[in-house]
Design a protein around this ligand. Sequence first.
Ligand code: NAD
Length: 476
Amino acid sequence: MAHETHAQLYIGGKWRATSETLAVINPANEEVIGKVAVARETDLADATDAAWQGFQAWSRTSPAARAAIILKAAQLLRERLEDIARSITLENGKPISEARSEVIRGCEFFEWDAGECVRLYGRVIPSAPGIRYMVLHEPIGPVAAFSPWNFPMSQPARKIGGALAAGCSIIMKASEETPTGVVHIARALHDAGLPAGVLNLVFGHPAEISEYLIPQDRIRMVAFTGSTAVGKHLTTLASQVMKPALMELGGHAPVIVCEDADPVAAGIACATRKYRNSGQVCTSPTRFFVHEALYDRFTVAFQEKAQSIKVGDGLDAATQMGPVANDRRIAALQELVDDARSKGARVLCGGGRLVGKGYFFAPTAIADLPDDARALSEEPFGPLALINPVSSVEQAVAKANALPFGLAAYAFTNSVANVDRLIQGIEAGNLSINTLEASVAETPFGGVKESGLGREGGAEGLHHYTVVKNVSLRIA
Ligand code: NAD
């Protein structure tokens, strides 16, 4: 069946069309496949009212009842997996198998958060006779949340799951370029019985929406995933009205391949992971620091794997890498490749846009980059791998930590001593050793330095959506 995107706003439990719309484009063929509604100020005012009303009801709903609705929605999303995955591939370009995995991951976030919300325990503090001190975790209030286009379903699921489980309502502004994943989430929650106003969905002009919502008195928290530049801007807006900001921002993940690792196995694993979602992942392994003794074998294995990757339309089951999401990425990537080449780096494979329709950029690996190559410090956010030799773990750690980012970091080693050096030395919110999985629903995810503030997921995740209230009770 032909897919047509027709994403409306969802405010106070009702779908709402708007007079202004934006086109949605399939990045695999550059065709317009539908449209997304654009919220005006009156829509945002209605969404704020609805979220406030929704919060009054939802925060007084028992955790067990909240969990039941979230779990029911996850079940519906699993039943609707094929439709959702197809829409993700059409709007974002990723291979359909990756789109299916994304939907499952989004459901896992919901399921984890539903389980956690019944365990959001407070404390009773030992006290003198006649008085009691109780620490309560209360839902913080309506949340304004913003999610990007690289994971159209799992990114909003993470924020919506956390907020709802904690007892908050939420206004979600998801990506206008990939709107259908979050529309499916709203439908599933609606069908699962979520009260009106607890989740509200808006699209439009991102700056207009954030500048309207963040200062509103009844919005009590901001959550954002996207670039560090936009994250800093939204954090500034939030700080002006003293609201907490949960920020998942850019990364530039280092991979350290130690002298004792298997260079061929590591090279194949790294190249396989690098090109997932065309490298448009904030945790994507990007800067490879390989011990000089393994460098040639690692580089050959990586290059061979990269060259074997079948690039094409994500709906084709044989495709292993789809297009990048939009033409902005093509332009940004080409600049970084040209800059590295002009400074003497070796382009091992790829290096440019593929001929024909669609935003296809070849899986690219570049070796021997000089320190001043821009790609080594600017997040490529695309299918670009940067491989350089190092002479020690210490040198690799220093290079890994040299950037203002600190989201994910990876290493390959079989040495306990190296593991200890890495754990102590690496500045990152997530360190993965001998695996390229950065986080799952039950582990906390987030960055240090300019990669963000706070954590999503894990036992830590729900706490960001709460405030601590200390109650002192005189009994006698
Ligand atoms: P961008 O910085 O313009 O936008 C990133 C996201 O922020 C988009 O979803 C956009 O809708 C939103 N946004 C932009 N301005 C906003 C505002 N004033 N208020 C609220 N939301 C706003 O860049 P882009 O071209 O869409 O993406 C490219 C860069 O973004 C990449 O280089 C990458 O660093 C970053 N990015 C990161 C993630 C992530 O998962 N951390 C995801 C997508 C993009």
